[in-house]
Design a protein around this ligand. Structure first.
Ligand SMILES: [Zn+2]
Length: 207
């Protein structure tokens, strides 16, 4: 009888030690090797905040939710005054660029106000390192909801209108390469490559 108690006690100790070890290993694994988060989540997604962060990180002027793997019709736009300093007043004026404070549109709808096509170089963070000439409508109106669910509207022309068309295309699975003049498609590092006779290491992400 006493040997039976000893045996079951040993089994209990071993199994609880095993459980403790498993729990410890699981905690260790999740801390050092977090598994990819999959829905349904135990938290509410902060999509728009993350879109702002990613747009800033990539120094972009617009971002669409599908670009960060979120299949929702949300886009964010922001053009800060530093663009004029970067591009120079001449290019800035020629492309009809202007600043725009951060705007987030949920379920946006676009209406073309001026069907005149304007052609300028365009690039995309989803095709990093390349650019091409892309025709876009001159002026558009964007309507939708802001992040509080209030109606939001933006009438724009020139570069802001271009950004809007670019981001709206992302929501429909289109990229600028679907609209570009294919002969103008270029690797933006070509000058650097030629200057260094091909001895250039092109980084995907430099920051
Ligand atoms: Zn893009």
């Amino acid at each position: 009888m006493s040997s039976w108690f000893l045996f079951s006690g040993l089994l209990f100790t071993l199994s609880s030690a095993k459980m403790t070890l498993q729990r410890f290993l699981a905690a260790y694994r999740s801390f050092f090797f977090p598994s990819p988060v999959k829905p349904p989540f135990l938290h509410i997604c902060q999509v728009m905040i993350q879109m702002q962060q990613v747009m800033k990180r990539y120094d972009g002027v617009g971002i669409a939710a599908p670009q960060i793997g979120i299949p929702l019709r949300i886009l964010a736009l922001e053009v800060t005054p530093k663009r004029e300093r970067e591009l120079g007043a001449e290019v800035y004026a020629a492309r009809e660029m202007s600043s725009l404070p951060l705007m987030i549109f949920i379920n946006p709808k676009m209406e073309v106000l001026d069907f005149t096509k304007v052609v300028f170089p365009e690039s995309c963070e989803s095709l990093r390192g390349y650019s091409a000439l892309v025709p876009r409508y001159k002026a558009v109106r964007l309507t939708g909801l802001d992040k509080r669910g209030e109606p939001l509207e933006l009438e724009s022309k020139g570069w802001i209108a271009r950004i809007i068309q670019h981001e709206m295309d992302h929501l429909d699975g289109r990229l600028y390469i679907d609209l570009m003049d294919p002969k103008s498609f270029q690797n933006d590092a070509w000058q650097k490559i030629n200057t260094h006779q091909g001895r250039v290491k092109i980084q995907f992400y430099e920051k």
